[in-house]
Write a protein that binds this ligand. Structure first.
Ligand SMILES: [Ca+2]
Ligand SMILES: [Ca+2]
Length: 409
């Protein structure tokens, strides 16, 4: 190597060193927040989301930002990539009602789920995390469908598998914000039932009735939650071996850490299915998060109606929303060995999560991108019924199985 080359190499190293010098102010910054004013209003100023240089996240407590920089960040600055305030988020309410005039399985018929079952494809062997509110693991239609953590002994007060969470036999809760009610939210159990409810034990039929659910709770019973708790729940889902994560929530405008967390899931090959939201707005223009992240491992879902049009309230977007799926008059499980009907993109997303579980059990070696491609390339686009989504269509399992068979011989 000649002298000129050595000198230029040394110069690069020197420049790189100068550029990468960290400080507590450079790692703890809200300048990347997409909506700074709204973000500051929601900040929990005594809780901090810390992303470490190895990519992992923790949520830490402190008295205020300045003392947290001094006492927590500076002593371990080289190990810390990024810090931001934790923030409150509020989950959208979902319409719920006790009776419906349409068939309880209209959604499954519309997306041709039966075409999978006749081929022996039921979602077997695939774990789907429900990162959401409480999931009733004792519900008869869900009890056999929960992915138990076999390294953990339940209810002994000990973290047997040493993963940092005591007694996470069925799943884990990361809720740290107070709730105004102790009545369990029905939302998480409803989502879980759409994915995998076992019809041998009640009226609800899950899309992938042999998939396994990992409950990872961060939404409190009143619908409140925090961004940091959501990230911890996502990270837990990945650590438990989830192939698919269902995220039927959104709205957080302050999302730098959340996007980083989703990018970690992307690097891990996990498919994330996200509800588009229920505000009848175009999320290409007025972004909602995580729905508008548009990562390669992400499918954002709008809600279709019984008559196979876009529902009047579903969010849409030709860029950031990928497909439509059934999202009204959806019968599913709720706490207390019961079931009810709900409307929402929260219900449409788990139809896609269940579809992904079917596809993955059909071709276990497929990648997340191939599963996404098979779902996107197989939608039904009916003249006069085009959806305001990227693919213009509503999911179709029969065609998705055929497309995946071509993508993954
Ligand atoms: Ca444990
Ligand atoms: Ca234990």
């Amino acid at each position: 190597m000649d002298v000129q080359k050595i000198l230029s190499a040394v110069a690069c190293v020197l420049v790189f060193t100068a550029c990468s010098k960290k400080s507590s102010n450079s790692v703890f910054s809200d300048s990347t927040a997409l909506d700074s004013a709204a973000c500051m209003g929601q900040a929990i100023k005594s809780k901090f989301i810390v992303q470490w240089e190895d990519g992992r996240f923790t949520v830490e407590s402190g008295t205020d930002a300045e003392s947290f920089k001094k006492e927590f960040i500076e002593p371990q600055l080289e190990s810390i990539r990024r810090v931001e305030f934790d923030r409150r988020i509020q989950i959208e309410s979902t319409k719920e009602y006790a009776s419906s005039s349409v068939s309880d399985t209209w959604g499954l018929s519309m997306i041709k789920a039966n075409s999978a079952y006749t081929q022996g494809v039921y979602g077997q062997g695939i774990k789907v995390a429900v990162v959401d509110a409480y999931v009733d693991v004792t519900h008869p239609q869900l009890a056999g469908r929960i992915a138990v953590n076999t390294g953990e002994i339940p209810n002994n007060g000990i973290d047997d598998d040493k993963n940092g969470i005591v007694d996470d036999y069925y799943g884990a809760s990361f809720v740290s914000v107070p709730s105004s009610t102790t009545t369990p939210s029905p939302h998480g159990s409803h989502v879980a039932g759409i994915i995998a409810a076992d019809s041998n034990f009640g009226p609800v039929s899950g899309v992938a009735p042999r998939a396994q659910i990992i409950p990872a709770q961060f939404i409190a019973n009143d619908g409140g939650g925090s961004l940091g708790d959501a990230i911890l729940a996502l990270q837990y889902a990945a650590s438990r071996g989830a192939k698919i994560i269902n995220a039927s929530w959104g709205g957080a405008p302050c999302v730098a850490s959340l996007k980083n967390a989703f990018q970690v899931l992307e690097s891990q090959g996990i498919l994330v299915v996200v509800a588009a939201g229920n505000d009848a707005r175009d999320i290409d223009v007025y972004p909602e998060f995580p729905a508008s992240f548009d990562l390669s491992n992400q499918i954002t879902v709008a809600a279709s109606s019984v008559s196979d049009f876009m529902t009047s309230w579903s969010n849409s977007g030709f860029e950031f929303v990928h497909v439509a799926a059934p999202g009204e008059h959806i019968l599913s499980t709720i706490p207390g060995n019961s079931s009810t009907y709900m409307d929402g993109t929260s219900m449409a997303a788990p139809f896609v999560s269940g579809t992904a579980a079917l596809l993955w059990s059909y071709k276990p070696n497929a990648t997340a991108k191939q599963i996404k491609a098979a779902i996107e390339q197989s939608v039904d686009v009916t003249s006069g019924h085009e959806f305001k989504v990227k693919t213009r269509g509503r999911i179709n399992i029969q065609k998705a199985l055929q497309v995946l068979g071509q993508l993954v011989p």
